[in-house]
Unconditional design. Sequence first.
Lengths: 82, 183
Amino acid sequence: MMKTGKTTNLLPPAANENKAETRDAMGRPVNQRKNEVRLGREVQARIGQQLRAMYDNIVSQGVPQHLANLVRRLSDQDDGTT
Amino acid sequence: MKLDPVIRDQVLATVPSLRAFAISLCGNVDRADDLVQEALLRALAHIDSFQPGTNMPAWLFTILRNLFRSEYRKRRREVEDPDGRYAETLKSHPEQGGRVEFSEFRAALARLPSEQREALILVGASGFSYEDAAAICGCAVGTIKSRVNRARTRLADLLAIDSVDDFGPDRATRAVLARGGRG
């Protein structure tokens, strides 16, 4: 019998984090985790790609005009010190 | 004192990345641009404390990050996002440069604890070394490593792309491939 999935949404994610050392959550021996390690690398590569793509998308917008003006104005002004 | 043009150009060259970091921290372009402006004002007012030849990006990121943290402490309730509302606003901000395919990723990123998010971005996107990231965040290198690891694990959870235990490798692998978006 399946429990309704609704209540599990209320649990903090941390509740799922402590998995047995020798058997995983589905009771499979840990040697089946080899695939997971490999998959884990693929997942992390995918996350890294998305992170950089999102970031580079903003970087490629360059320096907004008002910020460029601000830096030029402040760096050209003579404030009386030497 | 007029600023050395070399230093000025180093500052300008860092702005795009500084802005990307600020947007990642704030999740809001207008607030991020205010934050960048404030950081630049502060940096240029204290440019004497920058040692030429040292890492300009790390110096500016540190200033911006400190500004953000002090503001964050003031606005803690506003910034925390138990209902995902903040994450939701990210989805509807196309001017952030967020194309549709990033919306799910942005939403997941927004749900990370801010310390994990900043560590992941500094190392995984800005390209800082763990040592530089630790200096920027004012913590130990090991702390940064642990935050980055936790961030990656949590992101994978949120994006449900490591659901091996629940769905088996084939389905999880397909989910990863489906996200490739190259087809």
